[in-house]
Ligand binder design. Structure first.
Ligand code: ADP
Ligand code: MG
Length: 287
């Protein structure tokens, strides 16, 4: 096939080279691009400008798509979708700073504390997604998921291999630490992982357990101190307080007036009440 005044041989050569240079978008859209250039009467420089921009954008999109797949986020949550006004205890300025990814350069850890339903996972995914968009590698896992993988690897004699894998992503997000109590062996596995990443790569951890309860959570004060020591050495902390976002939304819609009244009666009994996971809540209200 020949374009006007252009032997097929040139086009074939160009297509072949574009393939070799992995300029796939340009390769796939070359004839449309050439027609557009003729129609719009682009200068040579404008032509190169359009070509390189489209190729770069497509490459970036592909990189982000792959990064998101590799990260294994369980759901889509974004920073844009986080209602900071509804959660005044969240330091928005700190979240914006973390969203730049600068903390990754220093191996700084990020710890998100708070009772269930306060948006810890939402923020962790939102930040993780932003960092993937910026080109960083992220891996999202839950504490239970991570320990299942590590325990299995250990029993198969492949723990070392798995620990090395855990160090690879620029950011490792461990969600829901403390929702399940730890057995001694599991706590020790977690320690080994934290120790590996210590000063090598950032971790982001969400937990419903206050630092003072970590000894009980791990069933071992010494181990808990050793883990905390490494995590907190270079770290940023987000303490989220208040009540469950979903519960709040339902309350606003008037569904929980009786719950409101019950809570009003018990309010003020304990100062640290709101630091703790909400207990005794009626079933299914958080769905
Ligand atoms: P946690 O991990 O602290 O238990 P989640 O992040 O799972 O809480 O939040 C529970 C639900 O409420 C999620 O669907 C989340 O998207 C939503 N949510 C929580 N806080 C906010 C907020 N401030 N703005 C928007 N959605 C929120
Ligand atoms: Mg969560």
């Amino acid at each position: 096939m020949t374009r006007e005044g252009q032997p097929a041989a040139i086009e074939d050569r160009v297509l072949e080279r574009l393939g070799r240079l992995r300029l796939t978008t340009t390769r796939e859209t070359l004839s449309a691009l050439l027609s557009e250039a003729a129609r719009e009467q682009w200068t040579y420089l404008e032509f190169v400008d359009h070509l390189t921009r489209r190729e770069a954008e497509a490459k970036q999109e592909k990189r982000v798509r792959m990064g998101m797949t590799i990260a294994h986020f369980p759901t889509v949550r974004t920073l844009e979708g986080f209602d900071f006004a509804a959660q005044p205890s969240v330091d928005e300025r700190l979240v914006r700073e973390l969203a730049t990814g600068n903390f990754l350069a220093h191996g700084t850890n990020v710890l998100l504390f708070g009772a269930p339903g306060l948006g810890k996972t939402h923020l962790a995914i939102g930040l993780g997604r932003r960092l993937v968009e910026l080109g960083h590698s992220v891996l999202f896992t839950t504490a239970t998921g991570l320990l299942t993988v590590l325990s299995k690897a250990e029993s198969e004699g492949r723990l070392e291999e798995k620990l090395i894998n855990c160090v690879k992503p620029r950011l490792l997000i461990v969600d829901e630490l403390g929702y399940m109590p730890f057995e001694r062996r599991a706590a020790h596995l977690l320690f080994q992982m934290v120790n590996r990443r210590y000063e090598r790569g950032s971790m982001m951890i969400t937990t419903n357990q206050r630092v003072s309860d970590w000894g009980t959570m791990f069933g071992d004060e010494v181990l808990a101190t050793a883990i905390l020591d490494r995590l907190l050495h270079h770290s940023e902390t987000l303490m989220i307080k208040g009540e469950s976002y979903r519960l709040r939304e339902k309350r606003k819609s008037g569904l929980f007036r009786s719950l409101d009244e019950a809570e009003a009666r018990t309010a003020g009994r304990s100062q640290s009440k709101e630091d703790r996971p909400a207990v005794g809540r009626p079933k299914n209200v958080d769905k």
